[in-house]
Design a binder for this molecule. Structure first.
Ligand SMILES: Nc1ncnc2c1ncn2[C@@H]1O[C@H](COP(=O)(O)OP(=O)(O)OP(=O)(O)O)[C@@H](O)[C@H]1O
Ligand SMILES: [Mg+2]
Length: 576
């Protein structure tokens, strides 16, 4: 992955991870606190409904208890009349029945049934239709419950209609002078009971009978609130069996929705952050990568030897500092290189001057000796003076010629111009140079496929000639002597190779590092100047190339020349 991608990805991760962690933690915190709140709401609602039921049961118990007291005017008189035997006088019972209605209402009760010793209904203001009916249940309930409130469905007449209503009731026995009446009275279970429990949007309640029919409907929020099973509070009848139940629903505060919202908001935040981070990351990475790419370009240029290359310094950060350091290094390299080149040139010319002096000194000695001999024999009037004169002048002339040759060769070498580069076909140069040797030497030419090379045609021709000439000298004494000239393209397609090989005696290892020096020759006898390889070396260097000597496979010398394809390019390590 590229630097830009890696950088952006790391930034995105750095932004996403905290957001996702925060989202998960928030979800957990909200979920657990909501759940705790929910449990608390359920407990509170349950406690509230119990309290409400206890309160109403106590109120009814007390109200009916006070009514059942034989000192109560109504019940007291009823028992008195019974004792007197005057109860069933038309007027007495009628007036007591009327009082019964007032007393019931006065105690905020909605049902009241009083039965006599024979269980006949004496007073029943809420449902006069049942007056005089036999109703043993009242006594029965009073005995069974001992006044504890219970729930029961009672019929109540309101005008022409009779309705069955759920009431919380208490039943008592009242005695005096051996007479007993039973009394059951109660209060309608109304919405007021539920109002105390309801909390808008959070807690709702309803009353249903055992068949599931709704007796007191909930508020309109019921469907929204009642997602979990409601708290059920049975309303027990006198026999302890439930007659109806209160259902209390508690909202979980729409926890699922809240959590969904958190997830959604977190996802949106993460998406937003991701977009932002990717944009910022791309921007920063682009800038950084662009500067780094410039540095890479600069390094490659430096490796190619282009010491003029500079990278832009765009920022004051570390990359800017590296770019500035790089430019400084290039500047330094360039001036070092310039200094080195000058120093190398001075050293080379000093060496040439030294060798030239040596070369000139060589012919001077025989000249000096010849002249000395001539003078001495002349002084002695030697009889063979004529012969000696002949020999000496011949020597002097020969050495003078040699001197002339040395001087003119040196002049050629010293005058050698800088290469004039043009795109040339190296194979073509080799081919045309070889035509000169077609007859003179056994040369085998193997040419690879090459692109055009930036080089000086005449100078390259000179290289080929000098090297082949040396090879020819090397195989001159060998009947099966052979010269091989080949070219090929370097592996990286940045250079070409010119290889000239022979199967002569080879270059002895002790002189391998001397053969390129001017005036080094082992061919004095044959008039070798020792400038051939020096010229080759200089041309190759001027082309930015390299030359090396190795032993050929079957013995012999192998000269390998590498030339860069393009003028100005520097060759890195050899990749033959
Ligand atoms: N192919 C070769 N095989 C063996 N020795 C070689 C070969 N080429 C060069 N040399 C050695 O390197 C020396 C220097 O060669 P260079 O071409 O510079 O000078 P030269 O051949 O001696 O003289 P000139 O080139 O002036 O005739 C040679 O004298 C020889 O000893
Ligand atoms: Mg030579």
């Amino acid at each position: 992955m590229k630097l830009r991608g890696r950088f952006t990805l790391s930034l995105a991760l750095a932004a996403l991870v905290p957001i996702l962690v925060a989202a998960v933690v928030t979800r957990q915190v909200i979920a657990s606190s909501s759940r705790a709140g929910y449990e608390e709401d359920r407990n509170t609602a349950e406690t509230a409904i119990r309290r409400e039921l206890d309160t109403i049961a106590n109120e009814v118990h007390e109200a009916v208890g006070s009514l059942a007291d034989n000192r109560n005017p109504l019940v007291g008189q009823l028992l008195l009349e019974l004792a007197k035997g005057t109860l069933y006088d038309g007027k007495v019972l009628k007036s007591l029945r009327e009082q019964g209605g007032q007393v019931m209402r006065g105690l905020s009760l909605q049902v009241l049934t009083v039965t006599g010793p024979d269980d006949r209904v004496l007073i029943t203001p809420h449902y006069r239709d049942a007056t005089d009916d036999a109703n043993p249940m009242v006594r029965d309930r009073a005995v069974k419950t001992s006044g504890t409130a219970y729930y029961v469905n009672e019929q109540v007449r309101t005008g022409p209609t009779v309705e069955t209503v759920l009431v919380v009731e208490s039943a008592h026995l009242s005695r005096k002078d051996g007479f007993t009446v039973a009394l059951a009275a109660g209060r309608k279970v109304t919405d007021k009971l539920l109002a105390g429990i309801r909390r808008q949007g959070r807690v709702d309640a309803r009353v249903v009978d055992m068949k599931g029919q709704v007796l007191l409907p909930p508020s309109k929020d019921w469907a929204k609130i009642a997602k979990d099973p409601p708290i059920v509070m049975p309303l027990l009848g006198p026999d302890g069996k439930p007659v109806a139940k209160i259902e209390v629903a508690v909202s979980d505060g729409d926890l699922d929705q809240v959590l969904r919202n958190i997830t959604l908001v977190s996802a949106l935040a993460a998406l937003g952050a991701l977009c932002l981070v990717v944009l910022i990351g791309l921007f920063v990475a682009k800038r950084t990568a662009r500067d780094l790419e410039k540095l890479v370009e600069g390094s490659l240029a430096a490796a190619r030897g282009d010491l003029e290359h500079r990278v832009p310094v765009r920022s004051k950060d570390e990359i800017g500092a590296v770019a500035a350091a790089f430019n400084f290094m290039m500047e330094d390299l360039k001036s070092s290189k310039d200094r080195l080149v000058i120093a190398e040139r001075i050293a080379a010319w000093q060496e040439i001057a030294r060798r030239l002096a040596h070369e000139i000194k060589n012919p001077l000695t025989p000249i000096q000796m010849a002249m000395d001999t001539l003078r001495k024999t002349w002084k002695k009037q030697h009889p063979d003076f004529g012969e000696i004169l002949e020999e000496s002048t011949t020597t002097v002339l020969q050495e003078a010629d040699r001197l002339k040759h040395i001087v003119s060769e040196f002049a050629n070498f010293a005058r050698m111009p800088k290469p004039e580069f043009s795109r040339i076909d190296l194979n073509e140069v080799v081919r045309s140079a070889m035509t000169l040797y077609q007859e003179a030497a056994p040369v085998e030419v193997t040419l690879g496929e090459l692109p055009e090379v930036d080089a000086d045609k005449a100078q390259i021709n000179q290289i080929v000639l000098n090297l082949v000439e040396n090879a020819r000298d090397a195989i001159s004494k060998k009947p099966d002597g052979k010269i091989t000239v080949s070219t090929k393209l370097g592996e990286g397609s940045d250079r070409v190779f010119l290889i000239i090989e022979d199967n002569g005696p080879g270059v002895p290892s002790e002189i391998k590092d001397k053969v390129f020096a001017p005036y080094f020759t082992t061919k004095h006898a044959k008039g070798g100047t020792g400038l051939g390889l020096a010229i080759v070396h200089r041309i190759v260097s001027d082309h930015g190339g390299r030359i090396s000597i190795a032993d050929a496979k079957g013995g012999g010398a192998r000269f390998t020349i590498e030339l860069p394809l393009r003028n100005g390019a520097t060759l890195l390590a050899s990749r033959i």
